[in-house]
Design a protein around this ligand. Structure first.
Ligand code: PLP
Length: 387
């Protein structure tokens, strides 16, 4: 049975072109890029090329990019590095729907005496605060505003450019977690007020274990990883050369094909979503229908468990993910859906489909055929359905 992979917000397939490009860096070109000899130096040159390709996708200067170990490291560096650079400022503003790579860090800082403001979202997962209110919140004590570019569960895109502009005018640093946005929608940092931006390789068809932190020229940031002089002294540790080279190639591919691929992915996503919403009673879309990543669809099915749907989808070889996380024996609905006020019965039965350029019409048609069957079967077993 062939796997149908609709879980691309969790991770993506390494593109064939990327895999071809990185192969030599394991057993042939294995030198240390910091070595004085030519053997290592030639690897250093490839890192430079990867930096240029990554910068081209982001619309920034290559010197504004540091490679990290993952999106989580980039987020942690941005937050902790900013606070260390501004020791007299003790306030952070974030949103309540951030990925744990940001939210857990902020909440941890909150327990250490920082003031942490979590902006709320409305029923459609959009930021529920006007700019004037936000302006008041960003006071002299505020070191950092960190708001994600697009939400990993619903795909909802946040007005980060506007918030960055406001943050700049109030003299604080603005960071955005763009891990889910990169490669799916065009980003251009050349005329942006964003100071810090995180991305992760494995969400855009590069390998796992590599990330990027964009640091706008002139932004004060203390290094988080301390040791050697790699990455211009901003991130110590011998570089993950295959990961970095792969990320460079993935960025090159994304820059070339982003518009065409986003359109194709959106068409497939919409076809899947519309058919499911039409054919499965008591189902509803979670998140802003319009202002959303082209690949993400989060749908709730009343009265059934998301996990049960996932298991049945899995039997048909279809991979998706649910909005609940099984923690300490109890099924907790996702913090994102809860913040949006999705009813408990619906939040428990939510499924996220996240597509990529490798999905096909045939896969979508097959899933459309199976979903009503799965939902009907589970509803018949549900103790909540009395109809
Ligand atoms: N931020 C967002 C929005 C994510 O979706 C993820 C991963 O799912 C991360 C950060 C963490 O990235 P990584 O897995 O590279 O640490």
């Amino acid at each position: 049975m062939k796997t149908i992979y609709f879980d691309n917000n969790a991770t993506t397939k390494v593109a064939d072109e990327v895999f071809e490009e990185i192969k030599p860096y394991f057993c042939e070109l294995y030198g240390n890029p910091s070595s004085m000899h030519t053997f290592g130096g030639q690897v250093g040159i490839k890192i430079r090329t990867a930096r240029e390709k990554t910068a081209a996708l982001l619309g920034c200067d290559p010197s504004e990019i540091i490679f990290t170990g993952c999106g989580t490291e980039s987020d942690n560096t941005a937050i902790n590095g900013t606070l260390a650079a501004y020791p007299n400022k003790r306030k952070i503003i974030t949103s309540c729907v951030e990925h744990p790579a940001v939210l857990s860090v902020c909440r941890e800082l909150g327990s250490h005496g920082y003031t942490v403001v979590e902006l709320k979202v409305d029923k459609q997962g959009r930021l529920d605060m006007d700019m004037a209110e936000l302006e008041k919140q960003i006071d002299d004590n505020t070191a950092l505003v960190t708001i994600m570019y697009a939400n990993n569960e619903t795909g909802v895109i946040f007005p980060v450019e506007k918030i960055a502009e406001l943050t700049e005018s109030r003299g604080a640093v603005f960071h955005t977690d763009a891990v889910q946005a990169i490669g799916k929608i065009p980003l251009n940092l050349s005329k942006s007020n964003i100071d810090l931006l995180s991305i992760s390789g494995h969400k855009l068809h590069a390998p796992k274990g590599v990330g990027v932190l964009y640091i706008k020229k002139g932004t004060r940031l203390s290094p988080y990883m301390v040791g050697g002089h790699q990455e211009a002294g901003k991130r110590a540790g011998t570089e993950n050369v295959p990961g970095i080279v792969g990320l460079g190639k993935a960025c090159e591919l994304a820059a070339k094909n982003i518009e065409e691929e986003s359109e194709k992915v959106k068409h497939l996503r919409d076809k899947l979503e519309n058919a499911i919403l039409q054919q499965c009673p008591d189902s509803m879309l979670n998140g802003d229908k319009e202002n959303r990543l082209p690949n993400t669809s989060n749908i709730s099915f009343e009265f059934i468990e998301g996990e049960a749907i996932l298991l049945m989808l899995d039997k048909f070889g279809i991979c998706a993910s649910s909005g609940s996380a099984c923690t300490s024996g109890s099924l907790e609905p996702s913090h994102v859906l809860r913040a949006m006020g999705v009813p408990f019965t619906a939040a428990h039965g939510s499924i996220r489909f996240s597509l990529s350029r490798y999905n096909t019409e045939k896969e979508v048609d097959y899933t459309i055929e199976k979903m009503p069957e799965i939902v009907n079967r589970l509803r018949k077993l549900s103790p909540f359905v009395t109809k």
